[in-house]
Design a binder for this molecule. Sequence first.
Ligand code: AMP
Length: 402
Amino acid sequence: MSGATRVLVLNSGSSSVKYQLVDMADGRRLAAGLVERIGEHSGRLVHTPVRGERRERNTAFPDHAAALKAVSEELAADGTGLDSRELAAVGHRVVHGGTRFTEPTLITDEVLDEVRALVPLAPLHNPANVTGIEVARTLRPDLPQVAVFDTAFHATLPEYAARYALERTTADRYAVRRYGFHGTSHQYVSRATAALLCRRPAEVNVIVLHLGNGASASAVAGGVCVETSMGLTPLEGLVMGTRTGDLDPAVILHLHRVGGLSVDEIDDLLNRRSGVLGLCGDNDMREVVRRRAGGDPDAVLAFEVYIHRLRKYLGAYCAVLGRVDAVAFTAGVGENSAAVRAAATTGLEGLGISVDAALNELPTSGPRLISPAYSRVAVAVVPTDEELEIARQTFALVRRSA
Ligand code: AMP
């Protein structure tokens, strides 16, 4: 194997590509960027090298190939384009690996066919992930490309946690089971939390609360995920920016039968027009917290519904794990909202969970404890880094296969 240590991480959406260039010699991020509005009249590429000025291109990117070519040009201007010999691999985020992919996987034609076959399970995400892989392989056919699946970390869920109590033949015929998502983040944060406690992952039980625009919780026992809040799709579980989270499934039947809503309308309602947005008109938690502080009743209720669900999951996962060593808050809301962290943990001393109000309010970045020394359960804020985790897993696989 060459001495190349750089990994390009690609997260391809239907009209966007997010990317990061990471040097695995020291885990340093060299550049990050985003191409938006691919396929539209006017697109935008924002490239941020760690050393140097942020650059922006405002032009049309007719397809993912054009977008990735522009990304490669920007990276090349800083020294490491897609054609660079310093590049060891490309790591692709792939949302759904089904039950087939439970590990990072070197991409071959066969693997790509299998990822395509999983499209019915993730119709919004997997097709774009496949496109990103196809384009990157065309641009650099000789370079190892690795798929890192959002579902993989949850493949260890015990069967009783992965199963819905749905008639088995039907469930199996349509691959209906709980897969879980945000796995790369849960994996990274559970390990980083163990490191913060100066323990090995195998020694600690951690509840990870990934609270971003999408939100999910997981229970990780000794480094192994045993329960998570998202299911067949990312709709189940916590209240999110625009998604309902848990809902009586009969609500769907009711909306269809009584309200006359079509399947697509209900899909849009539950995934894009509900959650915090649907309750108060804003999905940005900063705005919700600000309006709530001013006494806005819709924002007060939205916050209460959000927090109530979060506390139910926190309590449930304490029961799932039996012994909890740490609770870790991560992602946009979890890392930045002291108000959410305080409300989610207030009055849980009976569960061994306490938060120090002053530590919680400190505007510091980086992994940190916010619980007092006497707290039986450590409460932590641990910034997630899915791209670094994808780069790590990609590089480790490429090293092993060399
Ligand atoms: P993510 O999906 O992890 O990028 O998180 C996005 C979410 O984080 C958005 O809903 C933002 O409103 C939220 N967020 C970012 N900063 C803050 C903050 N200071 N307080 C509350 N929410 C925040």
